[in-house]
Design a protein around this ligand. Structure first.
Ligand code: MOS
Length: 745
C-alpha cells in the first residue's frame, strides 16, 4: 500500500519555477495587469450601518470632484440578477449582485462606487458622499439569538449537521470519567498579502476579468449569473495569486463593481480593496461556541463523544463550518452525538478559511482530549494511541490509510516527548514556566474534477495548459515536475500555463485538493502524448512495439527508450503534424466515496509562560505529517510550516473583534489584527512521512495545504496548560486570561 514508485522529478525539492518572475516583478498579479487602454480606478464607499436602508444619498459633490468619471449607487447601478440567484451554481457561482437596491445587508457593504483617474481622486471623492440611513433591528450576535439557531443545509466539511451513533446520553451517564467543556474560538480574517483586486475590461459583449480568485470556473459563473450574460462571454485571467487561504475561493464586491463600472464607462476599471475593505468586503471565519462532552472508562478508553457547535451564518450567504469534522474521524468511541447549529446574522460574509472545520475543530477537540487524558492520569500521547480507531468512528468506513498513530509517534521522537504527566508549574527556568503539549492533526483528503491539455513540439518543448491557479503554494512547480516525470523530460523544457478560463477547466485551488486533482490531469495529458509517441514510433520502427511507456524519455528532440531513439520530428512528419497533443481528465471515483481518506499529523509544542506577566512564547514546534506522496519536498514543507504558523496565530493572536452594536469589525488592519510575525515563531521542525495512498489519486499524494494549521493551535494550548495548570478554553489565549491563574512561585 505504501510502496513508493522510484521517481526522478516528483518529490524533488525543485526551486519554484516562477521564483525568478516573482522576485523580479515580472509576475503580474491581478491589479498589476495593464492593457492597451488605461484603466480608471475604483474606490468603495461602505455602509456605516449593519442592517437597514439607505434613505438618502447625496452624490453631487463627489460627481463634481476632480477626475471623477462615475459615482455608482443603487440609484444608477445597472440591473443584475438578485443576490443569491442561481443558487445551484453554489455560493461561489451564484449572483453576487451589488448596489441592487437601498438595502444594507452588512456593515461595510458597498453603498457607492467611485471611479476616477487616480486612486487619490477616487478616495477623496468617496469622502464627499453623504449617506442617510434608516437602521433596523438586526442580529449581529449569534449567541444572543440562540433560540433562532438552525441546522444548516450546506456545511463545509461534513455531509450532515447532525450525526448520531449509539446512545450518547446513556453511555455518557455511565462513563467513569467525564468532561463537559465549552470552548470559544475567535472570528478570523485571512490576511493574504495580496488584497482582493480586479481589473475588468469589456470588448463589446465580452468581459475579461483579471481578478484575485482561487477558482476560475466558478468566478466565471458568478460574473455570468450576476450580470446575466453568457458564461462564454466571460474570461477570467489569474496567472498569480498572492495568497488565498479560502478568502479568494469566490468573487467579492470589488470584482462585480469593477465589471459594472467598466461597462458603463466603456473603459477598463481597476480596484484593489484596501486592507480595511478586505475586513468587510472579504470573507471571514466566524467565532464559534463549541461544547464538547467526553466520557471514558477509568482506564482511559474513550466511550462517548458529543460535540455541539454554534456560530453565525451571514444572512443570504449559505456557508457554515463543520467544526466537529475532526471529532468524527479522530478517536474511537461507541457513542457519538454531533450537532452543528447556526444563527443568521447581518454580518459580512462568513466563508471558508484555511482548513474550514478542522482548524477550529482540532483547536477545541484536541484540547478536550488532552484535558480528559490528564483527568484519567494518562500521558496524553498514550491516551491518543490507546483510542486509535480501526474504522472511521462516525461512519464506520474503512480508512484508505491510517497513519495518525505513526505521525504522533514520529512527532514525539522528533520533539523528544517525555513520557508521563508533568505537574503544571513543575518545569521552570527562573520565572518562566515551561510547558509541553501535543495534538493530533487530521484533514479530509479530497479530489475534484480537473482537465488539462499538453502539447509537445518537434524540438521536445512541452506546454501544459489548465485553468488552475497558483496561490503561492507552488502549483507551477509541482505541475512542471509531474509533466517532467511523465515524459522523461527536463523541467527547463516545460512551460506550465495557468490561470485562464481559455484553458481546460479545473477545480482551482481550495480544500487542499488542487495539487492531487490537477496533477493527475496533467500526468494523464502527458501520458497520452507518451502513448501516442510509442504507438507512432512502432509504426515506423518495429523495435518500438511493446515498449513500456513508463521508460520513455524525451531528450534533445528525440524519443528515447532503452537504446532506441527516434527524432520527434521524424514521427511527426510521418503523421503529418506539428506537435503531439494530449488531454487528461480526472474526477473523484468510488475510492473517494467508499473510503475515509485523510491526511494526518502529530504536532508538539513547547511554550514558556512568564509567571509574573502571563506572556506566552512558543519556544519549539515540531510536527510529523503524512500527506501521502510528497510532490515537492520544498514546497510541501513550506505549506506545512505556513500552516503551523497559522495555527500558532489561531492559538495566541488572530482575532477579529466585532462591535456588537453595529455588526462592524473594529480591528480592520494589520496593526490591530495580529498575525504571527518572525519574532513569534520559533524554529519549526517538520518531518514528512512520504507515503503513497493509492486510493487518493494515481500520484499517491494527499492534501497538504490545510494540514499544518490543524493540530498546531491545540498543541500550543495544551503546552500552556502544562506550564500553568490552567485551561482558558478560549482562543486566542491572551496573557490577561492567565494572570489570575498563574501558580504562585
Ligand atoms: Mo481553502 S479554505 O478551501 O482555500
Amino acid at each position: 500500500m505504501n510502496d513508493q514508485p522510484t521517481t526522478k522529478w516528483i518529490g524533488q525539492p525543485l526551486d519554484r519555477v516562477d521564483g525568478p518572475a516573482k522576485v523580479t516583478g515580472a509576475a503580474t498579479y491581478s491589479a498589476d495587469y495593464r492593457g492597451d487602454q488605461q484603466a480608471a480606478i475604483g474606490f468603495i464607499v461602505e455602509a456605516t450601518i449593519g442592517s437597514g436602508k439607505v434613505s438618502q444619498i447625496e452624490t453631487a459633490d463627489a460627481e463634481a470632484a476632480d477626475g471623477v468619471h462615475l459615482v455608482m449607487t443603487h440609484q444608477n447601478a445597472p440591473e443584475q440578477a438578485p443576490f443569491g440567484d442561481n443558487a445551484d451554481a453554489g455560493r461561489f457561482g451564484m449572483s453576487h449582485a451589488v448596489l441592487q437596491n437601498d438595502e444594507v445587508r452588512y456593515y461595510g457593504a458597498p453603498v457607492a462606487f467611485i471611479v476616477a483617474d487616480t486612486l487619490e481622486q477616487a478616495r477623496y471623492a468617496a469622502g464627499l458622499i453623504k449617506v442617510t440611513y434608516q437602521a433596523d433591528d438586526s442580529v449581529f450576535d449569534a449567541f444572543e439569538h440562540e433560540e433562532d439557531a438552525f441546522a444548516p443545509d450546506s456545511l463545509d466539511g461534513a455531509e450532515e449537521a447532525d450525526v448520531d451513533k449509539g446512545d450518547f446520553d446513556a453511555i455518557f451517564a455511565e462513563s467513569a470519567e467525564t468532561l463537559d467543556a465549552t470552548f470559544h474560538t475567535a472570528a478570523q480574517h485571512a490576511a493574504a498579502m495580496e488584497p482582493h483586486a480586479t481589473v475588468a475590461e469589456w470588448d463589446g459583449d465580452k468581459l475579461t476579468v483579471h481578478i484575485a480568485v482561487q477558482i476560475l470556473s466558478s468566478a466565471r459563473k458568478a460574473f455570468a449569473n450576476t450580470l446575466k450574460i453568457d458564461p462564454a462571454n466571460v474570461r477570467i485571467v489569474t496567472p498569480f495569486v498572492g495568497g488565498g487561504f479560502g478568502s479568494k475561493l469566490g468573487v467579492h464586491s470589488e470584482g462585480v463593481l469593477a465589471a459594472l463600472a467598466a461597462r458603463k464607462l466603456q473603459r477598463p476599471v481597476r480596484i484593489a480593496q484596501t486592507r480595511r475593505h478586505v475586513f468587510s468586503n472579504g470573507p471571514h471565519r466566524t467565532n464559534h461556541r463549541q461544547r464538547i462532552r467526553l466520557g471514558a472508562s477509568a482506564d482511559g478508553k474513550l466511550l462517548s463523544v458529543a460535540h455541539e457547535t454554534l456560530g453565525a451564518m451571514s444572512r443570504d450567504y449559505p456557508f457554515a463550518e463543520a467544526a466537529a469534522s475532526p471529532t468524527m474521524a479522530s478517536y474511537a468511541a461507541e457513542a457519538m452525538k454531533i450537532r452543528h447549529r447556526v444563527v443568521a446574522a447581518n454580518i459580512p460574509h462568513v466563508d471558508s478559511m484555511r482548513a474550514p472545520g478542522e482548524a477550529i475543530g482540532t483547536l477545541t477537540y484536541e484540547s478536550a482530549i488532552d484535558e480528559l487524558a490528564v483527568q484519567c492520569g494518562i500521558d496524553p500521547l498514550e491516551f491518543r494511541l490507546k483510542n486509535e480507531p480501526k474504522q472511521e468512528p462516525a461512519s464506520g468506513k474503512e480508512f484508505s490509510t491510517r497513519t495518525l498513530a505513526r505521525c504522533l509517534r514520529e512527532g514525539a521522537e522528533l520533539f523528544g516527548w517525555e513520557k508521563g504527566p508533568v505537574e503544571p508549574g513543575a518545569l521552570r527556568e527562573g520565572r518562566l514556566l515551561i510547558g509541553r503539549g501535543l495534538a493530533a492533526a487530521i484533514r479530509p483528503n479530497m479530489m475534484q474534477p480537473a482537465e488539462a491539455a499538453a502539447e509537445l513540439d518537434r524540438d521536445g518543448r512541452l506546454t501544459v495548459e489548465l485553468d488552475m491557479t497558483d496561490i503561492g503554494t507552488g502549483t507551477y512547480t509541482i505541475l512542471t515536475q509531474i509533466a517532467a516525470e511523465t515524459l522523461g523530460l527536463d523541467p527547463d523544457a516545460i512551460a506550465v500555463r495557468l490561470g485562464d478560463t481559455n484553458y481546460p477547466k479545473t477545480c482551482g485551488s481550495g480544500g487542499s485538493f488542487g495539487a492531487g486533482s490537477t496533477g493527475t490531469a496533467v500526468s494523464k495529458a502527458c501520458a497520452s502524448i507518451r502513448d501516442t509517441i510509442i504507438e507512432r514510433a512502432a509504426r515506423l520502427d518495429s523495435d518500438w512495439a511493446g515498449v513500456n511507456s513508463g521508460d520513455l524519455r524525451i531528450e534533445n528532440g528525440n524519443a528515447v527508450v532503452a537504446g532506441r531513439s527516434l527524432a520527434l520530428g521524424a514521427i511527426l512528419d510521418a503523421i503529418g503534424g506539428d506537435s503531439f497533443k494530449g488531454k487528461g481528465q480526472v474526477e473523484p471515483g468510488k475510492a473517494h466515496e467508499d473510503l475515509a481518506q485523510y491526511s494526518y499529523g502529530g504536532v508538539f509544542a513547547e511554550v514558556s509562560v512568564n509567571a509574573d506577566t502571563g506572556e506566552i512564547r512558543v519556544r519549539r514546534l515540531a510536527g510529523a505529517f503524512d500527506a501521502g506522496r510528497i510532490l515537492n519536498e520544498k514546497t510541501a514543507r513550506s505549506q506545512l510550516m505556513g500552516g503551523m504558523i497559522f495555527g500558532l496565530g489561531a492559538a495566541l493572536m488572530e482575532e477579529s473583534l466585532m462591535d456588537m452594536r453595529f455588526g462592524s469589525f473594529m480591528n480592520r488592519d494589520l496593526a490591530e489584527y495580529h498575525i504571527a510575525v518572525n519574532r513569534d515563531v520559533p524554529r519549526l521542525e517538520v518531518k514528512m512521512l512520504d507515503t503513497f495512498d493509492q486510493a487518493s489519486n494515481p500520484l499517491g499524494s494527499k492534501g497538504i495545504g490545510e494540514l499544518g494549521i490543524c493540530g498546531t493551535g491545540p498543541a500550543i494550548a495544551n503546552a500552556v496548560y502544562a506550564a500553568t495548570g490552567y485551561r482558558t478554553r478560549k482562543f486566542p489565549i491572551h496573557l490577561e486570561d492567565l494572570l489570575d491563574h498563574l501558580p504562585a512561585l
